[in-house]
Design a protein around this ligand. Structure first.
Ligand SMILES: [Zn+2]
Ligand SMILES: [Zn+2]
Length: 454
């Protein structure tokens, strides 16, 4: 917008031109910014709708995941957030662990103060996509509602008549998914409702229903909350297990009941087969000789067979077995999970009670290993020897113990390290391989073993 002022002297006219040009540029910039903002908002909206659509499309079988665009995980790690049974202590928090699948984070159990442990660890709260609950004992679930409130911008509400944007639910966001036994959905819904917690994004609860559970309904008379998606599934137990409660292109989760004092689950996370190691020297000469496009290398890398331009067929390297992790809740006998957990690369098994004469000054004179094992079993728990025996039975490649009695502190004191070494040795004797005892905030890597698929 350049206005001409014929009665102005040249200097004033120049000044006016500069101002108008600036104004003109200013308006252009504002218009551009507004257009850009509108475009970004529409893109975000489109992205959210597409992500929501894919969620809905998958809801019947599995559910959404950011991992589907990748062919395998760069790494699989576990961070132990809490390793205590019964009461937490200054060195051990209640049960929870974070499974890192590349950039994605899945939590297994969420005992009291899990979010405090997350803040002390390298786990990113905003990256948590799924939470799996093994059973509804408080030391495994008391931290769930506060964690949801923190993850999902929970607010405490407003006085009547006050408009507060915090109370808006963005239902287009991807939901946080929770899997657990019967009662998990009712616990979360009632806990959120009775604490008047308002969440800023949605969640959904899928329950693994055993054959003796009611197969339908929510197990509570309280209706859905505005931020709870009604697409939560009641997954029936088939042939004793729950197969593929979640599955995408690169990972699946199955579960089985394990024996404890109340209904309890063990989960098995299995990485899909990964591409084999390709040796380009083996393929490139034939590809060049036959003038076949070099792009076939990509298909060979995926293990496919490819026909060259002269009709010869060459085969890519066979795919290799992906990693498998078995994470058990509290148990005195996890045998129903054996078919799923066989050959696990890592088994996480509880070892609540141990008989440690000489190492544990609180050992009673009347105690023997047999009395301690009988007591552990009667309360639904295991000893290190029981965990070692089970790891050997499923041919696990490695074993980590967790869920220790408050008698056995974590931390780095000489006493704690000494007791944990004795506990690990007891399990090692049965298992035949080195066993580790988990400490709070300890991270381990689930290593990949080159095993070609049969
Ligand atoms: Zn427990
Ligand atoms: Zn328990």
């Amino acid at each position: 917008m350049f206005l001409v002022f014929p009665y102005m002297e040249p200097r004033r006219l120049w000044k006016r031109w500069v101002i108008d040009t600036r104004l003109d540029n200013c308006w252009t910039t504002v218009l551009m910014l507004l257009t850009l903002r509108l475009f970004l908002r529409q893109s975000q909206r489109f992205g959210a709708i597409m992500s929501k659509k894919s969620y809905r499309a998958d809801a019947g079988q599995s559910s959404t995941s950011t991992s589907t665009s990748r062919s395998s995980f760069s790494s699989i790690n576990i961070t132990f957030l809490g390793t205590a049974s019964a009461q937490p202590s200054s060195t051990r928090n209640h049960s929870s662990l974070a499974l890192h699948l590349g950039r994605d984070v899945w939590l297994f159990d969420c005992g009291e103060a899990t979010q405090h442990q997350i803040q002390k660890s390298g786990v990113k709260m905003g990256k948590i996509e799924k939470i799996f609950i093994t059973h509804t004992h408080g030391d495994h679930i008391f931290g769930l509602i506060p964690l949801l409130a923190s993850c999902m911008n929970g607010a405490g509400g407003t006085a009547e008549g006050v408009d507060d944007p915090r109370t808006e639910v963005n239902m287009e966001e991807k939901p946080l998914e929770i899997y657990g036994p019967l009662g998990t959905r009712a616990y979360v819904r009632n806990g959120i409702s009775l604490t008047h917690t308002l969440l800023g994004s949605p969640y959904v609860v899928h329950e693994l229903r055993s054959v003796s559970d009611p197969q339908h309904g929510d197990f509570t008379s309280l209706g859905h909350l505005p931020f709870e998606l009604p697409s939560g599934r009641n997954i029936p137990q088939v042939d004793g297990v729950w197969t593929d409660i979640f599955k995408d292109d690169i990972v699946s989760v199955s579960a089985a009941p394990i024996h404890h004092s109340i209904p309890c689950l063990g989960f098995v996370v299995t990485e899909a087969p990964v591409p084999g190691r390709i040796d380009p020297k083996k393929y490139i000469p034939d590809i060049k000789r036959t003038n076949t496009p070099m792009t076939v290398m990509r298909r060979l890398q995926q293990g496919e067979s490819v026909q060259l331009s002269d009709g010869t067929v060459i085969h890519g390297p066979p795919r290799r077995r992906g990693r498998k992790v078995a994470i058990l809740g509290d148990t005195f006998d996890p045998s129903p999970i054996i078919p799923l957990a066989l050959d696990a690369d890592l088994l996480v098994h509880e070892a609540t009670n141990a008989h440690l004469p000489g190492a544990d000054p609180a050992t009673k004179d009347s105690d023997t290993y047999e009395t301690v094992e009988a007591r552990a079993k009667s309360r639904g728990h295991s000893t290190p020897q029981m965990a070692g025996t089970f790891a050997k039975r499923i041919r696990a490649r490695s074993l980590v113990l967790n869920h220790f009695s408050p008698r056995y502190p974590g931390g780095d004191t000489e006493e704690a390290i000494g007791i944990m070494r004795v506990i690990a040795d007891l399990a090692t004797k049965e298992y035949g391989k080195k066993v580790r005892c988990a400490k709070d905030l300890m991270t381990i890597e689930v290593k990949f073993e080159d095993r070609v698929l049969p």
